[in-house]
Design a protein around this ligand. Structure first.
Ligand code: NAP
Length: 496
C-alpha cells in the first residue's frame, strides 16, 4: 500500500498558495526518517508578497480597538485548547520531543493567548503631572508596523505564539518564517488563527530556508521589527544585517545553563531537577542544563545517585508515552553533538556514560544519541563554554560557593541558572550575584511561565525580553502626547 505525502502551502493575504517558483522541500520525522510532508521552498518574491499583504492589513488592523483584537486572541486560546492533542502529535512527529512536552508546548501558546487577550483591555501607558497649568501629558503605546517572526524548531508552537500574540494585540501585522525542520506545526497554528477570525493579511506564513526567506525579511524595507529566536551565530548575523536599515531587532539566542549544587543541598531533589533540565527535550532547550557545578563535599555522592537514573532513561519515538527521551532533531545536529563529545575527551574530561549514538530496537532509523555525562570538566573547556544543544552534561567540581558563582558567570551566555541549597543566605546571594536572566532556586533550569519576562544576558540576547508585559516593548513605540488647554503659548522650562 502506498500512502500519499501531503504538499502544504504558504499563507499570504488570507490565501493558501504554493511558492511562486513552485519549489518544495521535504520534512522528515527525526524518530523514524519518514517524510512528513512537502513544504514551499519560498523565494524573495513570496516574501515580497507576504510583506505587502501585511503592510496593507496594518492600516486597518491598527485601528481595530485593542479589546476586539484581544477577543480574537481569546478565541485562539479556545481553539488551541480544543486542538491541543492534535497539535502535540504533529509537533512530536516533526521534532521528536515526547508527547507530555509537546502538550506543554501547546499549553504555553494557550497561556500566552489568554494573557495577551487580557492585554487587549490594558496595554497600559501612563499619565504624569506636567509642570505648567492647564496642560496634560501622557505616554501611549503605538504599534510599529510589519513584524517578521523568525523561529527555531525546538518550541514550534510556543515560540511563534510568544512573538505573534503580543505583536498582534498591540496592532502590528505579521510575516512568520518557521524553522525548516518544523513547518507543519506553524502551518496548523496559522490555520487556527485564521479560524479564530483574524482579518486577511494580518498574519502571513512563508516557509523556506533562513538563507533565502530569512535574509529577504531582514533586508525588506517595509519590515519594521524582526523578532528572532535561534542560535547566537544566526542572531548576530540578523542584528548586523538589520542594523543597516535601523530595524528594531529582538534576539533570543543560545544558552550554557548551569545547575549549582551546594554541600547543603537536598540531593534527591537536585537529581530530579538535573535529569529533567539536562535530558528533557533531549537537551535541546535554550534553557537546558549543560553544566553541573557541584561543591566537592557532595560531588561523589551526587554522581552515585545521578548515574543510574541517567542510564535508566528510555529512548525512543516521542509518540510512545513510556519514552523519556526522544531523538535529536536531524543528522547534522547528531554529528555536532558527537563532535563535542570527542572534543571533551580530547580536552581531558572523563566520559562517565553515553558518548555514542543509541542503538537497539526502534532506534535504528532515527537520530538517537545516548544521554551523556562528563566529569572532571574544567570551566574553560569548550564543552563547558559552548552550546552543544544535545543530551550532554558536564560536571565541574568546585571548592566554595564563591567559586561556583564565578564558574556560573564565566560563559559567553547568560540565560538560566539554578541553585540547590537549603541555606537562605546562599539563596539570597545567588539572587544577587548570578548574572543570568532567569534563576531557579531549588528547581532545574527549565520551566518558565508566560507572565514573567523571559530572556538572558551576554550572548543570549540583546536586552529585550519576551513574555509578560515586557514582551510588549519591542512591538510598541512610545508616543507622548501633550495637550495644552490654557489658550495661550506656554513654554516648558521657561514659563514654569
Ligand atoms: P538557527 O539555526 O539559528 O535557526 C533559527 C531560525 O533562523 C530558523 O528559522 C532558521 O531558518 C533561521 N535562519 C537561519 N539562518 C538565517 C539567516 N541567515 N537569516 C535569517 N534567518 C535565518 O537555530 P535553531 O537550530 O533553529 O534553534 C536552536 C537555537 O535556538 C539554539 O541556539 C537555542 O539555544 C536557541 N533558542 C533560544 C531560545 C531563547 O529564547 N533564548 C529559545 C529556543 C531556542 P532555517 O530553519 O530554514 O535554517
Amino acid at each position: 500500500m502506498t500512502t500519499t505525502v501531503q504538499t502544504f502551502q504558504n499563507f499570504i493575504g488570507g490565501k493558501w498558495q504554493a511558492a511562486r517558483e513552485g519549489r518544495t522541500f521535504a520534512n522528515y520525522n527525526p524518530a523514524t526518517g519518514e517524510v512528513l510532508g512537502y513544504f514551499p521552498l519560498s523565494s524573495t518574491a513570496d516574501v515580497d508578497a507576504a510583506v505587502a499583504s501585511a503592510r496593507q492589513a496594518f492600516e486597518s488592523w491598527r485601528l481595530v480597538p485593542a479589546p476586539k483584537r484581544g477577543q480574537i486572541l481569546f478565541r485562539v486560546g479556545e481553539l488551541l485548547s480544543r486542538h491541543k492533542e492534535e497539535l502535540a502529535r504533529i509537533m512530536t512527529r516533526e521534532m521528536g520531543k515526547v508527547l507530555k512536552e509537546t502538550r506543554g508546548d501547546v499549553q504555553e501558546g494557550i497561556d500566552m493567548a489568554y494573557y495577551m487577550a487580557g492585554e487587549g483591555r490594558r496595554l497600559f501607558g501612563y499619565t504624569v503631572p506636567v509642570e505648567l497649568p492647564n496642560k496634560s501629558g501622557m505616554a501611549l503605546r503605538d504599534p510599529v508596523g510589519v513584524v517578521a517572526c523568525i523561529t527555531p524548531w525546538n518550541f514550534p508552537i510556543a515560540i511563534p505564539t510568544w512573538k505573534m500574540f503580543p505583536a498582534l494585540v498591540a496592532g502590528n501585522t505579521i510575516v512568520l518564517k518557521p524553522a525548516s525542520d518544523t513547518p507543519q506545526s506553524a502551518l496548523r497554528l496559522v490555520e487556527i488563527l485564521q479560524e479564530a477570525g483574524l482579518p486577511e493579511g494580518v498574519v502571513n506564513l512563508v516557509c523556506g530556508s533562513g538563507q533565502e526567506v530569512g535574509e529577504a525579511l531582514i533586508h525588506h524595507p517595509a519590515v519594521a521589527v524582526i523578532s528572532f529566536t535561534g542560535s547566537t551565530e544566526s542572531g548576530r548575523h540578523v542584528a548586523v544585517e538589520a542594523a543597516q536599515s535601523l530595524k528594531r531587532v529582538s534576539l533570543e539566542m543560545g544558552g550554557k545553563n548551569a545547575v549549582i549544587v551546594l554541600d547543603d543541598a537536598d540531593l534527591e531533589l537536585a537529581v530530579e531537577g538535573i535529569l529533567w533540565s539536562a535530558y528533557g527535550t533531549t537537551g535541546q532547550r535554550c534553557t537546558a542544563c549543560s553544566r553541573l557545578i557541584v561543591q566537592r563535599g557532595v560531588h561523589d555522592h551526587l554522581l552515585e545517585k545521578l548515574l543510574p537514573r541517567i542510564e535508566q532513561l528510555r529512548l525512543g519515538d516521542g509518540l510512545d508515552e513510556q519514552v523519556d527521551v526522544g531523538p535529536v532533531i536531524n543528522a547534522s545536529q547528531l554529528e555536532k553533538i558527537h563532535a563535542y563529545v570527542e572534543i571533551g575527551q580530547g580536552e581531558g574530561a572523563t566520559l562517565v556514560t553515553g558518548g555514542a549514538c543509541a542503538e537497539g530496537e526502534g532506534l535504528t532509523s532515527g537520530n538517537f544519541y545516548r544521554p551523556t555525562l562528563f566529569k572532571d570538566v574544567r570551566p574553560e573547556m569548550r564543552i563547558a563554554q559552548e552550546e552543544i544543544f544535545g543530551p550532554v552534561l558536564s560536571v565541574i567540581a568546585v571548592d566554595t560557593f564563591d567559586e561556583a558563582i564565578k564558574v556560573n558567570n564565566q560563559t559567553p551566555f547568560g540565560l538560566s541558572s539554578a541553585i540547590y541549597t537549603q541555606n537562605i543566605n546562599n539563596a539570597q546571594r545567588a539572587m544577587r550575584d548570578l548574572t543570568t536572566g532567569i534563576l531557579y532556586i531549588n528547581s532545574g533550569t527549565t520551566g518558565a511561565e508566560i507572565q514573567l519576562p523571559f530572556g538572558g544576558t551576554r550572548g543570549t540576547g540583546n536586552g529585550h525580553r519576551e513574555a509578560g508585559i515586557a514582551g510588549l516593548d519591542v512591538f510598541t513605540e512610545w508616543k507622548v502626547v501633550y495637550t495644552d488647554y490654557s489658550g495661550k503659548l506656554q513654554k516648558a522650562q521657561i514659563d514654569s
